[in-house]
Design a protein around this ligand. Sequence first.
Ligand code: IGP
Length: 266
Amino acid sequence: MSRIAGKFADLKKRSEKALVTFITAGDPDLAATEELIPLLAGSGADIIELGVPFSDPMADGPTIQLSSERALAAGTTLPKILATVKKVRSRSEVPLILMGYYNPILSYGLEAFAADAAAAGVDGVLLVDLPPEEAGEFKAAADRHGLDLIFLLTPTSDEARIRTVARRARGFVYYVSVTGVTGVRSSVEGSVATRVAAVKEKVPVPVAVGFGISTPEQAAAIAETADGVVVGSALVKLFETKQGAELRQELARFVSALKRGVTGAP
Ligand SMILES: O=P(O)(O)OC[C@@H](O)[C@@H](O)c1c[nH]c2ccccc12
């Protein structure tokens, strides 16, 4: 069982929901990322998404676009990210998902990337611009190396897409709560719960919901239906004004509050 499936199974036993946090690998640099992964996990993050910075992050709002620019300016590359994951694995078992776009993986080589990512200790990969219908080749490589390929569903996903994802899903399915790009939103649409419940009926793996979630209250509302809640931009925003110990303190406090929201703790 992958670390991701194991984590969801553990949480289910405790009737808990997963908090999934996103940060960009290499923002402000990879030394920080190496420190932040255990910190986020220790503060309540059950699964961590590591963004692979890309020059054309079309699915990302301004917060994560700026974060990618900072990471690229710091010289972050995919091989260096994998080396960082390998180092973190000597002290953290937190499930890790590389989030990114298909081009950098294609130029790395699908088989080589799957082998190197798995060897480094990556558990899952989510490629934003690789729809399941076109993911066959990479999914075969990911399956060979025990990587969970995470698929996205959105409010506009039709029945055929949901069926395809249901057949191929491993780890969990990422349900994007609103159409549009990542970024904090004042209120997460009420109809999300209905749509998530409908998706949960049709897919054999847990469903985590992301996009726009920025407060423990919003996280708690989503956690009533979803198996997991994803928070990215609201955390990444902190990197714009804080560094070092102050950033670590703020992240720890915020992630703990989000986890309390997700578990319904007071
Ligand atoms: O940033 P938000 O609105 O909290 O949403 C999470 C999102 O950032 C993270 O899961 C993510 C980062 N880049 C993505 C691209 C596509 C889908 C999801 C993502």
